[in-house]
Design a protein around this ligand. Structure first.
Ligand code: SF4
Length: 169
């Protein structure tokens, strides 16, 4: 039993190490656990939009912190040990939209999970990785045939397009 517990612990550490390594290779910051005072969070009236990038989005909240507007994305469900890459990109996109809309670059964005908040630094590397993702999405948009990603089998199982998708798992 002890060996099994040790084996599971070693596998968990290896998986965490591997995901951190992949994230660093992609230029994504991991996210810092922070305490935030939700009373300072203000609602966002309308979606932010950048014509040049064709990008729009509405963070759940904006926090005014010493002259900086910090976007906040609220997530429900299980609290991960570190923010998911898709959530990091989402909050990075809000940072970019805040900068384009208000002319001030946020130093970071916040992801609020039920049990923990993470600050994701909006670094030039993260911005470049985001712009590359957006460019790739635009390229894929022009293509007739785009292979589906099956990285997350559970998402595929609960996908609303299952009835019409010929690539479902
Ligand atoms: S059902 Fe199709 S579209 Fe939906 S997640 Fe699976 S592969 Fe993607």
């Amino acid at each position: 039993m002890l060996y099994l517990a040790l084996l599971i612990l070693v596998i968990a550490i290896l998986l965490l190490w591997q995901s951190n390594r992949q994230r660093k290779q992609a230029g994504l910051p991991g996210g810092r656990v922070v305490y935030t005072d939700t009373r300072a969070w203000g609602p966002v009236e309308k979606p932010l939009y950048d014509h040049g990038l064709g990008l729009t989005g509405k963070p759940d909240y904006l926090v005014d912190q010493v002259g900086q507007l910090i976007p906040v994305e609220v997530k429900s469900g299980r609290t991960p040990e570190a923010p998911y890459d898709s959530h990091i990109y989402q909050v990075a996109a809000y940072c970019l939209l805040v900068e384009k809309t208000y002319g001030k670059r946020p130093a970071y964005g916040l992801i609020h999970y039920p049990q923990r908040d993470f600050a994701v630094d909006y670094t030039p590397e993260l911005e470049s990785a985001l712009l590359e993702q957006l460019a790739e999405m635009r390229r894929d948009d022009m293509r007739q045939d785009v292979p589906r990603s099956h990285d997350q089998a559970s998402r595929c199982r609960s996908c609303g397009f299952r009835k019409v998708c010929d690539q479902k798992l």
